[in-house]
Design a protein around this ligand. Structure first.
Ligand code: NAD
Length: 404
């Protein structure tokens, strides 16, 4: 087996036959994983004719792992993903009543996958609720490790909440009523800046036009507002040659068209802007909660979560995943839409430098949609006959072969 090597804790070296970990997932996971992997393998074959291949390493997690090992996420699986550095996963059921809230959160924390990256782009042919969905081409970088998601919260009648209310009143004169639950929103300079750095670096590497810092800093000055300030700070410090602020750009438009324009928008305004001035936004860097809401809203604009890919990326480790859940009612029926997971595969191919394969695969998916080859989730909105999950995969592969 040839593993991806980590160089200097921030760079990866990918062999021609990298071993990539995969988790099939629960519910519809096995169906969509099978279809997605067939499409990914075909794209690598079309691009490199055997000179490069992916060697898949199956890793157990979720219901299947629980049945055989008594654990939803065995230590061995974590170690295997660590060896592989890169993994792709189907959706996992969130177990109820265990020591942690979600397997996804555990994976993000274990590998410090601090950037949740979600590209959102329209595929012609897909039904959309807006008039000009084709204007959407954005990539959301959502901070993955802090904010209100850090889980620092207490129920209103807990001893901790009582003590905190008392402390706030005694020390700061802040009076909260006895029926007040408390959550804490930590936002740090280090974690904000590593996220914004990743977003700017992505924008530079992929020749994007702008990075917009989305925040609610007018109200939450020292968390959301600080995120914005720290974002500009890291841009000035590390990317002075390749970025320009929107203010500077507006004063002298066109002077540096190759530079990444740095903008900032308050979250509520941003929700309007993405609908009314869609084409003005490109890469988005934002805090955890904003990013959660915004990325789902953007996905809805171009046809929904069934098509939205995602990745959780740290300094080197990366786990690519379908954005949707396990859709249990369709489990084992071969009817689910494998596009989200397959597009996550496109992101994975780009991440490991298999860019030609990524292009071939994305283009073939585009074509299949243009030809109205869709699974039941979209077929029912279009009033056409649906393809099975596996048949959709075959249609995509057919289009790759036709072009080779
Ligand atoms: P869900 O995404 O599974 O389903 C929401 C709706 O979308 C359902 O109607 C479902 O049938 C449909 N749907 C989702 N993916 C589809 C696909 N690929 N093709 C066709 N239709 C699709 O969300 P849920 O019902 O809230 O959650 C079910 C389970 O999934 C829960 O245990 C939840 O914790 C888990 N979940 C996991 C992840 C993940 O692993 N990343 C994400 C979200 C939810």
């Amino acid at each position: 087996m040839s593993y991806i090597q980590v160089k200097d804790a921030s760079e990866i070296q990918v062999p021609t036959n990298p071993t990539i970990a995969y988790i099939e997932g629960d519910g519809i996971g096995p169906d969509i994983s099978k279809a997605a992997m067939a499409m990914i393998n075909a794209s690598v074959e079309m691009a490199y004719h055997g000179q490069k291949v992916i060697e898949w390493k199956r890793v157990m997690a979720g219901d299947e792992a629980y049945e055989t090992t008594g654990k939803h996420l065995p230590q061995e699986s974590l170690e295997e993903i660590k060896r592989c550095v890169v993994a792709i996963k189907g959706p996992l059921t969130t177990p109820v009543g265990e020591g942690f809230r979600s397997l996804n959160v555990t994976l993000r924390q274990y590998f410090d996958l601090y950037a949740n990256v979600r590209p959102v782009k329209y595929f012609p042919g897909v039904p959309s609720p807006v008039k000009e969905p084709e204007k959407m081409d954005m990539v959301v970088f959502r901070e993955n490790t802090e904010d209100l998601y850090a889980g620092i919260e207490w129920k209103y009648d807990s001893d901790e909440a009582k003590r905190l209310r008392h402390y706030l009143e005694e020390s700061f004169g802040v009076k909260l009523t006895d029926d007040t639950g408390i959550g804490i929103k930590p936002i740090s300079r280090y974690k904000s800046q590593r996220l914004v750095r990743k977003a700017i670096q992505y924008a530079i590497n992929n020749r994007r036009k702008s990075v917009t810092l989305v925040h609610k800093g007018n109200i939450m000055k020292y968390t959301e507002g600080a995120f914005k300030e720290w974002g500009y700070e890291i841009a000035r410090k590390e990317f002075a040659d390749s970025t320009i602020t929107e203010d500077e750009y507006l004063k002298s438009p066109g002077t540096a068209s190759w530079k990444i324009v740095l903008k900032d928008r308050i979250t509520d305004n941003m929700f309007q802007q993405v609908l009314t001035r869609t084409s003005e936004y490109d890469v988005i860097a934002t805090t955890n909660l904003n990013g959660d809401y915004l990325s789902d809203a953007l996905a809805a604009q171009v046809g929904g979560l069934g098509l939205a890919p995602g990745a959780n990326i740290g300094d080197v480790y990366a786990i690519f995943e379908a954005v949707h859940g396990t859709a249990p009612k369709y489990a084992g029926m071969d009817v689910a839409n494998p596009t989200s997971l397959t597009l996550s595969g496109v992101m994975m191919l780009n991440y490991i430098g298999f860019k030609e394969a990524a292009e071939i695969l994305e283009a073939a998916i585009h074509e299949a949609y243009q030809d109205q080859k869709v699974t039941q989730d979209l077929a029912r909105q279009m009033n056409i006959k649906p393809l099975k999950c596996s048949e959709f995969g075959e249609e995509v592969i057919k289009r790759m072969i036709a072009k080779s």
